[in-house]
Design a protein around this ligand. Structure first.
Ligand SMILES: [Zn+2]
Length: 348
């Protein structure tokens, strides 16, 4: 158990300010928010009307991963566990993959592409029944899983550089870099288009992300050899806590080496979110969403959401550790510093 007064050694950090947060909170929220503006006129007014909800709840799947059984594997797929050329050998369809590797194995090493595909159908059903609560919840969740599937470090067993002496790289790439540099990204990704092959599209995100993994790890390794620790890390004040972060100089050098990689993955995520929201709506028969514009969450629904959030904070489930950095941020926001066993996330 790590004591509260220890400084958080969070290799992620953004958060804090306003809506920022750990494909980290910050990037997840940005991706869902920007996807709204890619939607066609039949969807745009409704989604714009609820843009605050879709943004704020973009991180619900991370919030509940410590409290909901079966949640954690939905965020990643350790494709390299399956050996050489696994990306090409892995059956695309769930039943075929289960037949080849067993469900237990798939659950252990992550199921994100299948979850993206499944959630598209859940969203379609929500549109068909015109259930506003379900539409919003599912759209926000689907956006999250799509964004995760586009992150290179969500496609490997070396998810936090722990196998290559690069611990902390997960949050560095997916939170620190977007936080520092995404203001200059070009997020104009065009209008949403119908996706005929949803499962293949989900796999495309994983394939592109995994193809970028080599550079993610290699460039950071090269850079580490050129920087002394005191230049590699710096400290930033977060509220009342001093947090150790990758220095701006180091972050900037890494970002430059990666070219537009982080921007490309964010752009791909935004477009995929918009395309699959749109596809679910089309496949549901393009229900008239203007009729739902006046919908307000009832008091009961609001209470249920509140209660659910409380349940998620209980964190009764052990999950792999790179994600815990994200939770640190939430704990930080609520004034509680690190409370998990992984060394390296916290230090004196
Ligand atoms: Zn996630």
């Amino acid at each position: 158990m790590i004591r509260k007064e220890f400084l958080c050694f969070i290799l992620i950090f953004s958060l804090l300010a306003s809506e920022a947060g750990a494909w980290g909170f910050f990037a997840h929220q940005r991706i869902n928010r920007l996807a709204v503006f890619c939607l066609p006129p039949g969807m745009l007014p409704f989604f714009k009307h609820h843009i605050v909800y879709l943004t704020e709840n973009a991180v619900n799947p991370d919030r509940r991963r410590y409290a909901v059984k079966g949640e954690a594997p939905r965020h990643f797929i350790d494709i390299d566990v399956y050996g050489d050329s696994a990306l090409w050998k892995m059956p695309r369809r769930w039943n075929d993959a289960v037949a080849k590797y067993s469900e237990d194995t798939l659950m252990e090493y992550g199921i994100v592409p299948w979850e993206v595909n499944r959630m598209k159908y859940v969203l379609q059903r929500a549109f068909e029944t015109k259930n506003v609560n379900a539409i919003l919840r599912t759209a926000a969740d689907l956006g999250h899983y799509i964004a995760d599937s586009n992150v290179p470090l969500h496609t490997t067993q070396n998810y936090n550089g722990q196998m290559t002496g690069q611990k902390g790289i997960h949050g560095f790439w997916e939170s620190r870099l977007p936080e520092l540099f995404s203001e200059d990204y070009d997020f104009f990704v065009g209008q949403a288009e119908y996706e005929k092959r949803v499962l293949d599209r989900a796999w495309r995100g994983v394939i592109e992300a995994h193809s970028a993994l080599d550079s993610v790890l290699k460039f950071e390794k090269q850079l580490d050899a050129r920087f002394s620790p005191d230049r590699k890390y710096g400290y930033e004040q977060r509220g009342n806590v001093t947090t150790q972060v990758y220095s701006r100089e180091y972050s900037s050098a890494y970002h430059e080496m990666l070219g537009n990689q982080v921007e490309r993955r964010m752009r791909a995520s935004i477009r995929e979110v918009a395309d699959l929201w749109y596809t679910a709506w089309v496949d549901a028969g393009q229900p008239d969403l203007t009729a739902l514009l006046d919908y307000r969450f009832s008091e009961k629904e609001q209470q249920e959401m509140e209660e659910e959030r409380k349940q998620w904070q209980k964190k009764t489930i052990e999950v792999r550790t790179e994600e815990s950095a994200q939770i640190n941020l939430e704990e930080f926001l609520y004034g509680v510093c690190c409370n998990h066993s992984e060394k390296g996330h916290c230090s004196k």
